[in-house]
Design a protein around this ligand. Structure first.
Ligand SMILES: [Zn+2]
Length: 850
């Protein structure tokens, strides 16, 4: 995944930073030339009020007590699209877990219960129950002992929209979602899909909604014949019904946790592949069928790769991936059937600039870590998410090489350290207010880095053998973190409590301070652990230390395990460079002052190590006009790794004409021929930030590049270059739908007050989502500012509709802010007030009140 460089995602991720993403949204790369000029809102998180309604006293949240074992779940469902109801019949088989039981308590949220009966052979009898819209308490009529099976039938109507909460989590906890249910939303297909994590599947079927339960599953889904359906396991049959509907029967013989049950209904094209005789298929909107293989096509190779390194073949009978609209998360790893957000609806040109392998690998790795072996409680969520995140790294490193792998780890560390400035949490967290908090960069980024550290400590062979042992021991079951530790101890023969205690069961990270001195003819490296030792552990850290002297590198392993230590190196005078943690494994910070000469040495002598180069380059970018910086910058522009070229280029956008002139010829070369489309686009952006008219030929020749980033950037630069006759170029691009292109056109229409594009803008508001829409709402507001009266009137209505109704809160905010541009306009203040009143999301309410 290309690195994140556009502000929109910083803004959005700021909102989402403690969001409810069960799976991380990979950063979408948008190269928008107009970004700088819109001056996006700077949302300071301190503006947001405490979520008072969520704040309870932090209580211990352990594993759910198992009074019953849920053995089997059979569902028959059909839909009332108009009312957004599900008509359901659930047949559950359970037995007491250990103690005898006379009452059964099920999770069943927001249902209308019609009948509950006990099935015994051919007979059934109604059971008494009480129901408080969350828990269904059923009187079984007698005492059941362990080993005695109970068959319960429940007829119900699920009403997902009648959720008993009105906060920002309400929309993510419905469990069942109807998209464009009445078919009246332009450009949006009709779909039904579900999202269970953490405990929302009990909003569409009654169950014991806890991750320590595992059930086999059958689902009969009845839909209008034009829709496809998808669920876990295999499609056994489809039958047509006399009323013109069709019933699909899906069956899953291997047990899995209730939160991993899923359904998706819609007009999907299905592209089929195969792995070792198992079906691998991709469900996409028909328009994207021809690109499905470009988007998801690495899946079979990923399945092979993960099966091989884990020595555990893909455990399930099939693997489906479906892209749906308005998904409430980035993606979700439902067993055998992962769901993805619509950002994966891309064509093969968009895939030149970025691909979605990260998120695809993440969901796939969950099929082992999460689905096959499930965290027994949400407190143990890292047993799911840290592994899935590490799966992204494993694939990246394997498929795209070590530079990409190392860079991925570098970004993960950055992500964690940024979050650690706001909060530091135990990785395994038993005390929390809402399980939403657990889906953060601790569980994902830090956890993935900890696994990488553990792998380096025990060695590759022991690491993967331990994982194999863990998976085989707990397959189709659940685990807590100690079971992971025991697996590693069993394989390696070594006590690992110290490792798990400091990394999984404590918060914070080491903050090392390094000083070098020369005393009595000895060279000494002093190491302090500067983290607050009242709150955080003194870490035990085996670290590599590279010492360069007279052009020769010696590597040492030092063990840092006290608040202060000295390491002596005899026979060493004044080394050229000392690099502590030279393998870049530390999950923490190192403060180590080095001279420019030493950084220069680091950049050049560690040429094979991307992270050493990035660290050194970052140092020089602080003062790009320094003479040594200029040398490094020149080298960086020629670096074999695209990220380094890209970072170096960004300096030239900011300032320094002299510096630019010295490198102008090479930057022109990068703009024409760099093999990375993102670097090429950045080089064009640099030229566009200078005297544009000088580079018209370069802009022109990149207009038709196969990369949208390149073409979009070139189009922006070309249209802004002062060239007079642009009609032909505009005519050529006017029907393009890619955001890189349309945002450049929009910018031109706005600046030149071209006022006959209302429908064109309006169309984008109806088709874009996520960050693209966020920008387009802003652009639309600016377009309206100088538009004729009738367009303003119509446009304000469109903005109001989005500000009230859009499912993504940051897009509601974007529309609200565009409306604020018109606060002098008649009726708009009242409109804004009404939007505020209707808003239920506490993040936005807080923002509006400011
Ligand atoms: Zn995940």
């Amino acid at each position: 995944m290309p690195h994140m460089k556009v502000k929109i995602f910083l803004i959005v991720s700021l909102f989402l930073s403690c969001g409810i993403y069960s799976c991380k949204v990979s950063e979408n790369k948008v190269t928008s030339p107009v970004v700088e000029e819109i001056s996006p809102i700077q949302v300071d998180s301190t503006n947001f009020p405490e979520k008072e309604e969520l704040v309870e006293i932090k209580v211990y949240r352990g594993e759910r007590t198992r009074h019953f074992k849920l053995i089997h779940t059979k569902l028959e469902v059909s839909f009332d699209w108009e009312n957004q109801f599900l008509f359901g019949k659930a047949m559950l088989i359970l037995e007491p877990y250990f103690y005898s039981q006379s009452d059964l308590i099920l999770d069943a949220k927001g249902f209308e219960i019609q009948e509950i009966s006990l099935i015994e052979g051919d007979h059934s009898k109604n059971l008494a129950y009480t129901y408080d819209r969350e828990k269904l308490n059923i009187e079984l009529g007698k005492v059941y002992e362990k080993g005695q099976k109970i068959n319960i039938k429940i007829q119900y109507i699920a009403k997902p929209n009648e959720i008993d909460r009105e906060d920002d989590l309400a929309n993510t906890r419905k469990g069942l979602y109807f998209i464009n249910p009445l078919g009246d939303q332009k450009g949006k297909p009709q779909q039904v899909w579900t999202h269970g994590e953490t405990e929302s599947n009990s909003r569409w079927f009654p169950t014991i909604d806890a991750p320590n339960q595992k059930s086999t599953q059958e689902i009969f889904i009845t839909v209008q014949d034009q829709f496809k359906t998808l669920s876990n396991g295999a499609l056994i049959f489809s039958k047509s019904n006399p009323d013109g509907t069709r019933t699909d029967y899906w069956k899953m013989d291997q047990p899995h946790a209730p939160y991993l049950f899923m359904m998706a209904v819609g007009d999907f094209a299905v592209v089929e592949e195969n792995w070792d005789g198992k079906m691998i298929d991709y469900y996409v909107e028909p328009e994207f069928a021809e690109y499905a293989d470009d988007i998801f096509g690495h899946t079979p190779e990923m399945v092979s790769y993960f099966s091989r390194i884990l020595n555990y073949p893909y455990p399930w009978e099939k693997y489906s991936q479906v892209v749906v609209r308005d998904f409430v998360s980035g993606a979700m790893e439902n067993t055998t059937a992962a769901v993805f957000m619509e950002d994966l609806n891309v064509d093969n040109r968009e895939l030149i600039d970025y691909n979605w392998d990260d998120i695809i690998a993440h969901e796939l790795f969950h099929q082992w870590f999460g689905d096959l072996v499930t965290c027994e409680s949400w407190a143990n969520l890292p047993l799911n998410e840290s592994f899935a995140t590490y799966g992204e790294y494993l694939w990246k490193n394997y498929k795209y090489g070590e530079d990409e792998g190392d860079y991925y780890l570098y970004e993960e560390l950055d992500t964690y350290l940024n979050e650690a400035e706001i909060k530091k949490e135990d990785l395994i967290r038993f005390y929390y207010n809402d399980d939403e908090e657990l889906f953060d960069s601790h569980s994902y980024a830090k956890g993935g880095l900890i696994l990488h550290l553990l792998r380096n400590y025990v060695g590759d062979e022991a690491f993967f053998k331990s994982l194999e042992y863990y998976l085989k021991k707990h397959a189709f079951g659940k685990a807590e973190v100690h079971e992971l530790r025991l697996a590693f101890e069993y394989i390696t023969g070594e006590d690992l409590n110290w490792f798990f205690d400091q990394w999984f069961l404590a918060s914070g990270h080491p903050e090392l301070r390094i000083e070098e001195t020369q005393e009595d003819g000895k060279f000494i490296v002093k190491v302090w652990q500067d983290q607050d030792l009242d709150s955080y552990p003194v870490y035990k850290l085996p670290l590599t230390l590279d010492l360069w002297e007279n052009g020769i590198k010696s590597q040492y392993v030092i063990e840092v395990d006290r608040p202060y230590q000295e390491f002596e190196f005899e026979g060493t005078d004044r080394p050229d460079l000392v690099l502590v943690d030279s393998e870049f494994l530390l999950i923490g910070e190192i403060e180590h002052d080095k001279t420019p000469k030493q950084y220069h040495f680091q950049f050049t002598r560690y040429a094979e190590n991307v992270r050493a180069r990035i660290d050194a380059l970052d140092y020089f970018l602080n003062d790009p006009n320094d003479s040594l910086s200029q040398i490094i910058l020149k080298k960086a522009l020629n670096d074999p790794f695209w990220v380094i070229r890209d970072e170096a280029l960004q300096v030239f956008e900011k300032d320094s004409t002299d510096l630019f002139i010295k490198n102008e010829e090479w930057i022109k070369e990068l703009a024409m021929h760099d093999p990375s489309s993102l670097v090429k686009a950045e080089a064009i952006a640099v030229l566009a930030s200078k005297e544009r008219s000088k580079y018209i030929d370069i802009f022109q020749s990149n207009l038709y590049d196969s990369s949208y980033s390149v073409a979009g950037q070139a189009l922006y630069a070309y249209l802004q270059s002062g060239i007079e006759d642009v009609d032909g170029v505009i005519e050529y691009f006017k029907d393009e739908t890619n955001f890189n292109i349309t945002s450049s056109l929009a910018d031109y229409y706005i600046k030149n007050q071209v006022h006959d594009h209302f429908d064109w803008f309006s169309d984008k508001l109806n088709t874009y989502a996520s960050s693209d829409l966020w920008y387009f709402i802003k652009l639309f507001g600016m377009y309206l500012l100088t538009a004729p009266e009738d367009q303003i009137k119509e446009g304000l209505k469109e903005l109001e509709y989005i500000a009230v109704n859009h499912s993504q809160f940051y897009n509601r905010l974007s529309a609200y802010q565009s409306l604020e541009l018109f606060s002098d306009y008649e009726g708009v203040p009242e409109m804004l007030r009404q939007i505020k009143d209707k808003e239920t999301d506490s993040r936005l309410r807080g923002y509006y009140e400011d």
